[in-house]
Design a protein. Structure first.
Length: 304
């Protein structure tokens, strides 16, 4: 029996959507696995191992020593690498005391604010309002939110700010070499944050038993989701891709529940939902420049 026309039309979209969902699960699974290593190696230690192994994998894939950057691209490239390293560093420090889903939701406000910056249409302010409502109930403003550590929340928001800088700098730094620029940026981040992370790491980082798990974290957080997202990017319209990526905070929350035993209150779930709707709505209704959209999309695979 031959397939119906409807199923033939759906097939080219269903596969890349499934691939993208697997990529997000891999990314958040890597973050959960990294957090499980905190007692042994510390947040700074896992940052060093994840960046170090991740950089090695990216360099093997992209061979960055073959790339040439103009003088005008060097400063953006430096800012790109610094933002990448600081983003990783502050995110892992944040999830020491903040549930993974909440941390990703707070971090997501960085690129969301960048996408909404300069908005003038009434509909755009609806997304701004939703994002603000979500932030209000995620951040520890009221007495009812004492379960969220203020410092951890501030670090997650800082990681989001670094994500926005990463996107802006990445537009200029990666204009010529595209995704391969990630390897150089990760190398710059590693030069600074690998020694820094090792300096403040727990003593358990120096045991060989940790290394295979750290390598798995790097694979789950970099190589696997990056490869899968490249497949999805080439087969999905940009708006569908961006809308699906808005599910990231929910994926993080489910990963935290499944692997770390973290639970969120009903109010926190509603706050995450508000941020997800704001992100998806801004993606579907706004018309960003193509270069900016691509930078947003390509940045997510190495943020955690």
């Amino acid at each position: 029996m031959s397939a119906s026309p409807a199923s033939k039309n759906l097939a080219p979209i269903v596969m890349p959507i499934a691939v993208l969902l697997i990529a997000m699960l891999s990314l958040q699974g890597g973050a959960s696995l990294a957090k499980s290593l905190f007692p042994a190696v510390g947040a700074t230690g896992i940052t060093a191992l994840r960046l170090g192994f991740g950089t090695l994998i990216l360099c093997i894939i992209f061979k960055p020593w073959r790339l040439r950057f103009s003088r005008e691209q060097r400063l953006p490239l430096l800012m790109y690498g610094l933002a990448l390293g600081t983003m990783n560093f502050t995110f892992y420090l944040a999830i020491r005391t903040v549930p993974l889903g909440v941390a990703v939701g707070l971090e997501f406000t960085g690129p969301l604010a960048l996408a909404l910056f300069g908005s003038r249409r009434p509909l755009d302010f609806v997304w701004v309002l939703l994002a603000v409502i979500g932030l209000w109930f995620l951040l520890p403003f009221g007495t009812g939110m004492t379960a969220i550590d203020p410092l951890g929340a501030a670090l997650a928001v800082s990681a989001g700010a670094c994500w926005a800088i990463y996107i802006l700098a990445g537009q200029r730094a990666g204009a010529e070499h595209g995704p391969a620029t990630v390897a150089i940026g990760s190398l710059i981040a590693s030069v600074i944050f690998v020694p820094l992370g090792l300096t403040f790491a727990e003593s358990g980082i120096w045991t060989w038993a940790v290394m295979p798990i750290a390598l798995l974290v790097a694979l789950l957080s970099s190589a696997i989701p990056y490869s899968l997202e490249m497949i999805a990017l080439t087969r999905l319209p940009a708006r569908i891709f961006g809308t699906l990526m808005s599910l990231e905070p929910a994926m993080a929350a489910f990963s935290g529940m499944l692997f770390l035993g973290e639970t969120l209150t009903g109010l926190q779930w509603l706050a995450l939902l508000a941020i997800i709707i704001a992100s998806a709505g801004s993606t579907l209704t706004m018309r960003p420049k193509k270069s900016q959209l691509n930078s947003v999309e390509l940045s997510d695979d190495i943020q955690k």
